[in-house]
Design a protein around this ligand. Structure first.
Ligand SMILES: Cc1cc2nc3c(=O)[nH]c(=O)nc-3n(C[C@H](O)[C@H](O)[C@H](O)COP(=O)(O)OP(=O)(O)OC[C@H]3O[C@@H](n4cnc5c(N)ncnc54)[C@H](O)[C@@H]3O)c2cc1C
Length: 592
């Protein structure tokens, strides 16, 4: 109620507000001030509902490298370690869930006041849910679906029509349509994909033929009969750009411009000239081999409410603790005479009130700028794995939300455009080759629970890529230009009023999946035995995405489980040595 009132008031006054969220990690400068107990983001623990994960085709999982085996339930007497995870994005949350399921003790330390990292959202003072970015779930997000099923929230995903929709200027909407039925029977992979690419009106006939030639001679064909072999071939293509690969296989420039560039921007915020062929073909092999992989799903509301809060509930219900506003400023460590380094603690908390925390195992589940700031400089010199991380860079991106007083994408019925009682228009992720935003959606339609508001219309969420030229623009200028381009696409929007906007700029978001970058992605296991990495930028076979982050968390947790016996005995040995040293320090005659 309050939410709607705030919004209506803003609308009545015709107010336009700007919310800027410059995402930055905390400064690594450590002051030696007083230490305080960190606030745990409190929520009552409750019984967690579990969803039926088979509903999203988990049986279709293609490769072990993309969906690791479940660990065995913990054996009696198996070591249960205390784990400190730095970073409360999906990778950190996924690591925590896996370890809690094994009975481990887990604390998450997140620098911001909310969890979720790049998938987070927050509510502004007027009740608007501001997202860090537009998030879409492909049908091949097997690790994320599994995580959501554990937390009982698979039902929060709304399945969209099995089409990828391209919006060209002046209301010209064209589909890449994967729906394929013969005599009422659904036809699946790979035929539905062939049909989609052969029939799409987004491409001219010659471009369609060239497209088919390129895809037909790609490792995707091998993946149909030999998924592991196909994946190996795809990994080997990391050194070339998608454009180079595509053109050398007969593809045409025009199909890059009209179709593949918007898709590449949506996947990696890069165009086809700058994204690696590995990145694009990883997704396409799923699309070609699994019927539902290309089906798009979107949350029914905001990520904070519909995805992250349930995961946090799951974590707390199992005794995990989530500390927010608890950025890690420094990793403390010691190096033994034999050169082995061991983390001894973390300095976390707000500037001037840092606290020293200790655990058996430490995980840095960070983004690229975060890990670069956190790693002790000496580790770079000592270990190549850490040094290579500094070759990775983040891509800037801008997300704009625009609220209208009607339905922007309703191209068929003019009366519906103005009818604010029911949402109308295109209910799917939308791509465009004609605007500076590559993908967008009307959240009031796609994710109505938090975003449809009676008396208000579309909430367009547009992702601007490449964002570099616009990072220095004012938010008002960005909103005005985005609004202009929305109207350029949709004649239906031309008589409407934009009533509100917000702009979120992220100066370093996904790691740049440019040719050759895969080499620099670190393994979850590191040369420091009790220090592990997670994060979508770390080595995992999926692209930088929610699925990649979740997978990296699983891989990280399983590496910890594998190392647990050695880590436990090392920790016990250290404790025994410390106890002996303490006993030797007791002055003669003192009571012990
Ligand atoms: C605009 C946009 C749109 C996107 N769209 C999609 C999509 O449609 N589909 C999809 O699958 N993916 C999408 N993604 C990608 C997806 O959001 C990310 O790949 C994923 O969320 C990364 O998760 P992560 O946990 O690896 O990293 P992050 O989410 O970056 O989490 C890292 C966390 O570490 C915290 N941190 C950093 N330093 C410290 C420190 N020193 N101490 C404590 N905490 C620290 C950060 O605050 C952050 O919470 C999109 C991303 C963006 C930006």
């Amino acid at each position: 109620m309050q939410l709607a009132r705030g919004q209506q008031a803003a609308q009545r006054s015709g107010a336009r507000s700007t919310r800027v969220c410059q995402l930055r990690v905390n400064s690594p400068v450590v002051s030696r001030g007083a230490v305080r107990v960190l606030a745990v983001a409190a929520a009552p623990s409750k019984k967690i509902k579990v969803s039926d994960v088979t509903a999203v085709g988990l049986k279709d999982v293609p490769l072990r490298s993309l969906f690791p085996d479940e660990p065995k339930p913990p054996a009696p007497g198996a070591p249960k370690l205390k784990v400190a995870i730095v970073g409360g994005g999906l990778a950190g949350l996924s690591t925590a869930v896996e370890l809690l399921d094994q009975g481990y003790e887990v604390d998450i330390y997140e620098g911001r006041q909310w969890i979720g990292g790049k998938v987070a959202s927050y509510v502004d003072k007027d009740g608007n849910h501001i997202e860090m970015g537009l998030h879409v779930f492909f049908g091949c997000y097997f690790n994320l679906f599994r995580l959501m099923a554990k937390c009982g929230v698979l039902e929060n995903l709304l399945v969209k029509e099995h089409t990828h929709t391209f919006c060209n200027n002046d209301g010209d909407v064209r589909d890449l349509d994967f729906r394929f039925f013969i005599n009422g029977l659904k036809v699946g992979a790979p035929f539905h994909g062939l049909k989609a690419f052969f029939t799409t009106p987004q491409l001219a006939p010659l471009d369609k033929v060239a497209n088919s030639l390129a895809l037909g001679t790609s490792p995707i064909v091998r993946a149909l009969i030999d998924p592991e072999g196909g994946m190996r071939d795809i990994r080997d293509l990391d050194g070339v750009s998608f454009t180079d690969w595509f053109l050398s296989h007969g593809g045409s420039r025009n199909s890059i411009k009209r179709m593949w560039d918007p898709i590449a921007y949506a996947l990696g915020f890069l165009d086809c000239d700058h994204i690696s062929a590995r990145c694009m073909l990883t997704i396409f092999q799923f699309f070609a081999t699994k019927t539902d992989a290309s089906v798009l799903r979107m949350l029914n509301g905001s990520p904070a409410e519909r995805l992250l809060a349930p995961i946090a509930d799951y974590i707390r219900a199992r005794g995990g603790r989530i500390h927010t506003r608890a950025g890690c400023k420094e990793v403390l460590y010691e190096t033994a005479a034999d050169g082995t380094t061991r983390v001894t603690g973390l300095r976390v908390g707000p500037m001037g009130r840092e606290e020293l925390i200790t655990a058996d195992v430490y995980v840095a589940a960070l983004d690229v700028p975060g890990i670069k700031k956190l790693l002790p400089p000496a580790w770079r010199t000592a270990h190549r794995q850490f040094d290579l991380i500094y070759k990775l860079v983040g891509v800037p991106v801008i997300t704009v939300q625009l609220r209208y007083d009607g339905w922007v994408t309703e191209l068929k019925d003019a009366a519906k455009v103005r009818d604010l009682r029911a949402a109308a228009g295109l209910d799917n992720l939308l791509y465009s080759a004609d605007t500076y935003f590559s993908c967008f959606a009307d959240l009031a339609l796609t994710s109505p629970v938090e975003y449809f508001k009676e008396g208000e219309g579309s909430l367009m969420q547009c992702v601007i890529t490449p964002a570099v030229p616009y990072m220095a623009w004012t938010n008002e200028a960005i909103a005005a230009e985005t609004d202009r381009q929305v109207r350029q696409l949709f004649p239906s929007a031309r008589g409407l009023r934009m009533t509100w906007h917000s702009v979120v700029k992220i100066s370093q978001s996904l790691y740049e999946e440019a040719p050759g970058m895969d080499l620099y992605r670190p393994d979850q296991k590191t040369p420091v035995p009790n220090f592990f990495l997670a994060g979508s930028y770390t080595k995992q076979d999926y692209i930088d995405s929610m699925e990649g982050a979740t997978l990296s968390g699983r891989q990280c947790a399983y590496s910890i489980l594998e190392a647990a016996p050695a880590l436990r005995s090392a920790a016990d040995k250290l404790a025994a040595t410390a106890a002996t040293a303490a006993a030797q320090k007791v002055p003669a005659g003192a009571a012990v």
